[in-house]
Design a protein around this ligand. Structure first.
Ligand code: NAD
Ligand code: UFG
Length: 341
């Protein structure tokens, strides 16, 4: 199958490319590298011994996006491209709406022009907001609490409306919980710019000596040990879920939102213990006040993914930490300059 992958050079996109290529699909990536490196694609080519077509472009540029889609004529699209930093979305909301929302309407219009009716979209568990009950199932009310989350909720609605109005359209909205880890080779992984916002890359940078200590944001939550509890999902499992979702779009019409998580909550303290074990490094830490906007607990109901996609997570927290550490210790400063591989 021919698959057009926006944001394919990024963290989750690059891992998904490896699986797509290994499964024999032909891919074309559309990315402006605003949060990624061409080296990631070079390494994907190396890992898979396959070529990846690449168009450097911005999803806000409707003409460029349409030209690329019409030229490649894909059977399906996976839409990763977007901005994802919650804090930045509070400071630059219009940038987030333009990139995530307008970029997505541009993509759907380009798909119409290219006569492509299958899409898998990167949504987020952040669309649920405050938990009214746990685990979060897909029927849980939507109530995002920041501009980033609102862009994801809006795009879900837009894709759902598009699917309803488009004969034979099929869309899957994957609501990721907390993606972590790396490809087992250690050649591709998460390479955040500046100070990491998320727990796992921060812990990895402390372990490798790039940062002095981890700040744990609060130890007085209503959880097993007082630290925040999340559903961490190995990025390789997440990549598999995209292939399962692509298959699904080939056998069912309409639009479905589907959680992608393990169903298991892991606390910050538990994750640090697992990372110490995987890395053999001490990981100094301090407890600091809660981070505004954080919830105590978040984890997925997984029954819908199992039922519709025939997919469930296979990799545990130890595998997540071990693969993250392999990537981080082999690439302490992240990807090298473009041109190197
Ligand atoms: P990432 O930043 O590594 O990848 C996003 C890719 O999109 C990057 O390669 C970036 O250069 C590209 N991009 C951004 N704006 C673009 C634009 N205007 N035009 C073209 N390309 C553009 O992020 P990721 O972690 O791989 O996330 C992929 C998707 O999954 C995003 O939509 C994100 O919101 C969503 N998501 C991520 C997480 C997470 O924790 N990583 C959780 C839930 C949802
Ligand atoms: N945490 C720390 N110290 C840090 C970073 C995080 O203690 O330096 C804690 C947080 O307080 C939270 C847990 O680690 O309890 C996880 O925090 P992350 O920032 O890694 O993840 P979040 O659950 O806050 O949010 C992430 C993404 C969102 C996405 C959401 C659900 O950042 O974009 O998962 O998918 F929407």
């Amino acid at each position: 199958m021919k698959v057009f992958v926006t944001g394919g050079a990024g963290y989750i996109g690059s891992h998904t490319l490896v699986q797509l290529l290994a499964a024999g699909h032909d891919v074309c990536v559309f990315d402006n590298y605003c949060n990624s490196s061409p080296v990631a694609l070079a390494r994907v080519r190396q890992l898979t011994n396959r070529d990846v077509a690449m168009v450097e472009g911005d999803i806000r540029d409707a003409d460029a996006l349409t030209a690329a889609l019409v030229d490649f004529a894909p059977d399906a699209v996976i839409h990763f491209a977007g901005l994802k930093a919650v804090g930045e979305s509070n400071e630059k909301p219009l940038l987030y709406y333009q990139t995530n929302v307008t970029g997505s309407t541009n993509l759907l219009a380009a798909m119409d022009a290219a006569n492509c009716r299958r899409i898998v979209f990167s949504s987020s568990a952040t669309v649920y907001g405050e938990a009214q009950y746990l685990p979060f199932d897909e029927e849980h009310p939507i109530g995002p609490t920041n501009p980033y989350g609102r862009t994801k909720a809006m795009v879900e609605g837009i894709i759902s409306d598009w699917a309803r109005a488009t004969p034979d359209a099929s869309a899957v909205l994957l609501r990721y919980f907390n993606p972590v880890g790396a490809h087992e080779s250690g050649r591709i992984g998460e390479d955040p710019q500046g100070i990491p916002n998320n727990l796992m890359p921060f812990v990895a940078q402390v372990a490798v000596g790039r940062r002095a200590k981890l700040s744990i944001f609060g130890d007085d939550y209503d959880t097993r040990d007082g630290t925040g509890e999340r559903d961490y999902i190995h990025v390789v499992d997440l990549a598999d879920a995209h292939l399962a979702a692509l298959d699904y779009t080939g056998r069912a019409m309409g639009c479905e939102a589907i959680n992608v998580g393990t169903g298991q909550g892991v606390t910050v303290s538990e994750l640090v213990v697992a990372y110490r074990r995987a890395s053999g490094r001490p990981i100094p830490l301090e407890i600091v006040p809660r981070r505004p906007g954080d919830v105590a607990r978040s984890y997925a109901a997984t029954a819908k993914a199992e039922k519709l996609l025939h997919w469930r997570a296979a990799l545990d927290v130890d595998a997540m930490c071990a693969s993250s550490w392999r990537w981080q210790s082999d690439n302490p400063q992240g990807y090298p300059m473009a041109g190197e591989v």
